[in-house]
Ligand binder design. Structure first.
Ligand SMILES: [Zn+2]
Length: 304
């Protein structure tokens, strides 16, 4: 959906309510008391569902990301549109201005809630097939005084460590014999340190056991072969960056550009949130205008 479609479909609060109600009725409304999808009635005056069996009442927003929010549905829906409208993303200040929100904190919380559903959506998927893996070192915002006490350089306390993996299928042109690689899904996760157990934890959670893992020759990767079907180690060089680890390195360089371009520096606390938005869009890079439709459904779907 583009902006013109959005204005046509969702001009006001009522149109958003209608959409949400219809979607929830189609999917079935879950009753926490009965732990099942039971029949319910809609009370249009006070805008709630009542379950026919236990008589429990539930609001339209209950069980969705919008539950317990004072913002109107129209604000939420417009926020979904903004979050899905650009590849780059908005700064919080711009987001606040576009939505006409009076408080910065409201915009900040709203963005982070939407990012959290993006992360939740992608967390259900495991990378499969040939998978490239490496880490990114991302400069993080730290207190000025603390900054001078911390070491500089790679692996220092001024940098957050992000584990990055990319599905990467080798292709060969039948006519020319030219080799290339097609990329599929990506994953990015902040890890606490550059230890073997942190890397293993990420690989275990993010990559299917029957995959072929491609990494450089880091000593700390020695046990990764136990977690996958096959582990290929390539020598770290400019060639491997352009070749075997091409997609993971492309993603890392784009991530750094994106973070610098919009946020300048991110505190470690919120870094995973930014990564979730970045990767969600990266994984849906061919969706175009459909991104909004997907995002709104992810936001409405209840997690029970
Ligand atoms: Zn019930």
């Amino acid at each position: 959906m583009n902006i013109i479609d959005f204005i046509t479909h969702f001009p006001d609060e009522e149109s958003c309510e209608k959409f949400l109600k219809a979607y929830r009725e189609k999917e079935g409304v879950y009753c926490k008391t009965c732990s099942s999808f039971t029949r319910q009635y809609w009370f249009s005056g006070k805008k709630f569902f009542e379950y026919s069996k236990c008589r429990r009442r539930t609001s339209l927003k209950a069980g969705t990301i919008m539950e317990s929010s004072n913002l109107t549905l129209h604000t939420w829906f417009t926020a979904f549109l903004l979050m899905s409208a650009t590849k780059k993303g908005f700064s919080c200040l711009e987001f606040q201005r576009q939505l006409g929100l009076s408080r910065y904190e409201t915009a900040f919380n709203l963005m982070h809630k939407i990012r959290s559903i993006m992360g939740k959506r992608d967390s259900t998927y495991m990378l499969k097939g040939m998978v490239e893996y490496d880490e990114a070192y991302v400069e993080k915002a730290v207190d000025e005084e603390l900054k001078n006490q911390l070491k500089r350089g790679k692996g220092s306390q001024r940098q957050a460590i992000v584990a990055v993996a990319a599905e990467s299928t080798p292709l060969e042109d039948e006519n020319t014999g030219e080799k290339s690689k097609h990329c599929g899904f990506f994953k990015m996760k902040v890890i606490p340190d550059a230890s073997a157990s942190s890397f293993e934890g990420f690989v275990n959670d993010a990559i299917d056991k029957e995959s072929v893992l491609i990494t450089d020759k880091n000593q700390a990767y020695v046990n990764l072969e136990k977690l996958v079907e096959c582990h290929i180690k390539v020598k770290s060089s400019e060639k491997s960056t352009n070749d075997e680890l091409n997609w993971v390195h492309t993603a890392i360089s784009n991530l750094k550009k994106n973070l610098l371009g919009i946020y300048h520096m991110v505190t470690e606390k919120y870094l995973q949130n930014y990564l979730d938005e970045f990767v969600y869009k990266l994984n849906r890079r061919y969706f175009g205008e459909k991104l909004f439709d997907r995002l709104i459904i992810a936001a409405i779907q209840t997690y029970v």
